[in-house]
Design a protein around this ligand. Structure first.
Ligand code: HEC
Ligand code: HEC
Length: 359
């Protein structure tokens, strides 16, 4: 059985353009595989997508059980999104190639499982491109879509429609289907009564016009720092942080502490793939999916400040800090703005590759 789906997904991976979306039958899963997939989902995904795949547990992560998504997005779109993620959003690539924890087979299993726990009828989408007036589409987008998807498609409370990975894996007809039908059970309503067919074509043509090409671009993987390197500036002074709600420290204070060579530990609580791509200098990868019993592994419990961060803004870092606090760690905090804001504020980050050449 395993071979069956890994073949399917190797094929799926090759159709990276997402142009051909044929109706699909998920292979049947054994009880053990169902359990393994459920465990993986709860460990890696439920933090944001919710225990029951309903979405919106954190970071505006979309529903993974709307019929609209599953009937048109399986298997390719879903498989590729899990594997490669979406740049500049909280959705990281989970594939080993990206430095993440999951093999292709794991991702294939998760994809088949999503189709199995929420059985839907798969829809065979047309493969032809949507033809429309992109300029008119831009105006319609600003009026009807920007409020949630962002003026430039950067995503606000809804997915980042300008993301190159999304655009590479979504066919025109997939996008059109979402606009016409909405995503049931989510804030994305159907636009079939709001916009004419022609106007919807124009909006899709506008979205497509934002596509400039995508390649997986896996980072050159490097080893994380060793436990002896965890404490930054071991001989430095203890920093003073002002915490909001006894927990959140402003990014500016963390920058100051780095510049003044204070003694503390920085934890990057995103998936390991995110740390590989780029992180705050000196940060230790401590992904939220690490087993709870190992939350304090190699971290001194002697009052040394431990400051965690994740993508926007708090879900993964809150989770890790809660575990540490339960273990009795005293001085712990979360960077209030998260790393997406940190980066957009022009604060320093380093890539895994650069780190290697520094050493
Ligand atoms: C009220 C907020 C809101 C507005 C307005 C809105 N959307 Fe959405 N849209 C969402 C949300 C939220 C989702 C994700 C739903 C889910 O699956 O959980 C979404 C999903 C989508 C998707 C699917 C993306 C994917 O990754 O699967 C497309 C395409 C889309 N919207 C296009 C549009 C277009 C085009 C417009 C304007 C005509 C629009 N939306 C207006 C909230 C909105
Ligand atoms: C830290 C939060 C977070 C975690 C953990 C996470 N996701 Fe996501 N996921 C998101 C966000 C945010 C998006 C929407 C990104 C965007 O703006 O396009 C998303 C999008 C997706 C999509 C595309 C859905 C759509 O409508 O387009 C899929 C599929 C998905 N995630 C699956 C997973 C799976 C499976 C896991 C676990 C292996 C996972 N995600 C873990 C935050 C997360």
């Amino acid at each position: 059985m395993k071979q069956v789906w890994s073949c399917i997904f190797l094929l799926a991976a090759m159709v990276a353009g997402g142009a051909s979306q044929a109706a699909w039958e998920p292979p049947e899963l054994s009880k053990e595989d169902m359990q393994r997939a459920e465990d993986m989902y709860q460990t890696y995904c439920s933090l944001c997508h919710g225990k029951d795949r309903e979405g919106y547990a954190a970071d505006h992560a979309p529903s993974l059980r709307s019929k609209s998504l599953l009937s048109t997005g399986l298997p390719n779109f879903v498989y590729m999104t899990i594997g490669w993620g979406r740049a500049n959003t909280a959705m990281e690539g989970y594939s080993k190639e990206m430095g993440g924890p999951l093999s292709r087979e794991d991702i294939g299993l998760l994809t088949v499982w999503l189709a199995t726990v929420e059985p839907v009828e798969f829809i065979e989408l047309q493969t032809d491109s949507v033809v429309g007036d992109a300029e008119q589409g831009a105006a319609l987008y600003a009026e009807n879509c920007a409020e949630c998807h962002g003026e430039t498609g950067q995503g606000v409370t809804a997915p980042s429609l300008g993301d190159q990975a999304l655009l590479a894996h979504a066919s025109d007809q997939f996008l059109r289907y979402a606009v016409v039908n909405g995503r049931d059970g989510t804030p994305m309503k159907s636009f079939s009564d709001v916009l004419s067919d022609e106007q919807i074509d124009s909006v899709v043509a506008y979205l497509r016009s934002q596509s400039s090409g995508w390649s997986p671009n896996p980072p050159k993987l490097v080893s994380p720092p060793s436990p002896e390197e965890y404490v930054l500036n071991p001989d430095g002074e203890t920093p003073t942080f002002t915490l909001r709600e006894d927990r959140y420290v402003p990014a500016a204070e963390v920058v100051a502490a780095l510049e003044q060579k204070k003694r503390f530990i920085l934890l990057d609580t995103r998936p390991a793939s995110a740390w590989q791509r780029s992180h705050i200098p000196g940060a230790v990868p401590m992904p939220y999916y690490r087993e709870k019993e190992r939350a304090g592994e190699n971290l001194p419990n002697d009052g040394t400040w431990i400051v965690a961060y994740c993508a926007c803004p708090h879900a993964a870092s809150d989770f890790v800090i809660n575990n540490l606090r339960e273990l009795g760690y005293q001085n712990t905090a979360v960077i209030d703005e998260g790393i997406l804001r940190w980066t957009s504020m022009g604060l320093p980050v380093t890539t895994g590759t650069a780190l290697e050449s520094d050493h």
